[in-house]
Design a protein around this ligand. Structure first.
Ligand code: NAP
Length: 312
């Protein structure tokens, strides 16, 4: 099969469109003919050789943890799905990648909603799972005021919509030129960076009930100041969280159990026009290096996606 891959760590130019052995689905897995696969921060870190999770990464490595496509093989013990079904989800956890190829094995998936394009569906898996896990952990429900630090990125732009769908009031941080983007997602925007408590208080007299740190940019003490307690704060990206008494939620790449966490309900919201996956740019597979360059460059709004149906 064809695959976007790298044989050595380095800049985006190490990515090539080459050939690789076809993966086979194990129990509880399906294989898809990939239509679209997202580019995520973990892909960039693994390619650079800077991710601790990638210490023993086997090379060549096929990046990509999220994909959408058409089921062409079904593993043992999978029920309710047939060859030809259109699905989206996330890849085989143990491989830390594998999505940006002709075929990919999914560990968790749901039916692709009609309301999502292939690119949106290919970008949804990990973001939806992560957002759902974090919102559950924080107990977000109707009437909660939630502050999301790093709200415009791939995960943040999903978190804010799923929180709003639960009835929360959402305040989100972003650089000034991404404020309009956040407003379009139903979020009250505020600038990111030091001095956040004063800016949030100027925005709203209502206290912040819960805060989610998506950016990992060192804001935990300010988020605790805003919510009043470390229990009301969760981070997805700050590995120094325990020093603040804040919970770090690590999912698929931290070894905790997952599942089809939130995928089906996000798909239903998409079909009702209440949820979309913001896609910043789509590149054909043979331009994967450009896709990685873009994904690393601010302003990051939503996801960069590879179109695996276009190979040259
Ligand atoms: N724990 C988990 O289960 C889990 C799962 C998925 C991802 N993650 C991690 O979560 C993080 C975010 O992922 P992502 O996909 O959303 O990344 P992303 O698409 O690159 O977005 C990051 C966002 O953070 C913003 N940002 C930059 N500096 C900031 C600052 N000082 N304060 C607040 N926001 C700032 C960026 O804005 P500009 O580009 O405009 O500067 C961008 O919008 C990554 O570290 C990723 O590895 C964790």
């Amino acid at each position: 099969m064809f695959a976007v891959q790298f044989e050595r760590f380095g800049p985006p130019e190490v990515l090539t469109l080459g050939t690789a052995p076809e993966p086979r689905p194990g129990p509880h897995q399906v294989r898809i003919a990939v239509k679209a696969a997202a580019v995520s921060p973990v892909d960039l870190a693994l390619r650079e050789g800077s991710s601790p999770t990638g210490e023993n990464l086997a090379l060549p490595h096929i990046p990509g943890v999220d994909a959408a496509g058409v089921i062409d093989e079904i593993g043992d013990e999978v029920t309710g799905y047939a060859i030809g079904d259109e699905v989206f989800g996330a890849v085989d956890v143990a491989r830390l990648g594998g999505a940006s190829a002709q075929y990919a094995v999914l560990d968790f998936w749901a039916r692709k909603p009609h309301g999502m394009t292939w690119a949106e569906a290919g970008a949804a898996g990990t973001g939806v799972e992560t957002a759902t896990r974090a919102l559950d952990l924080l107990g977000i429900r109707d009437g909660t005021t939630l502050l999301v630090d790093g709200a415009a990125g791939g995960v943040g732009s999903i978190v804010v919509q799923l929180a709003a769908a639960r009835g929360a009031r959402v305040i989100g941080t972003a650089r000034p030129d991404s404020h309009r983007f956040l407003r379009e997602l139903g979020v009250e925007p505020v600038d990111y960076g030091r001095g956040l408590p004063a800016r949030v208080r100027a925005l709203s007299a209502t206290p912040v009930d819960r805060a989610l740190d998506v950016a990992g940019a060192g804001s935990l003490s300010e988020l605790i100041e805003l919510t009043g307690t470390a229990d009301s704060v969760v981070t997805l990206a700050d590995f120094g969280a325990s020093a603040y008494g804040v919970r770090l939620s690590l999912g698929r790449f931290g070894g905790q159990p997952d599942g089809v966490h939130g995928l089906t309900s996000a798909a239903a919201l998409a079909d009702r026009g209440r949820f979309r996956v913001p896609v910043r740019e789509i590149y054909p597979a043979h331009q994967a290096a450009r896709a990685h360059e873009t994904a690393a460059r601010p302003p990051r709004r939503g996801k960069v996606v590879l179109d695996l149906t276009r190979t040259g």
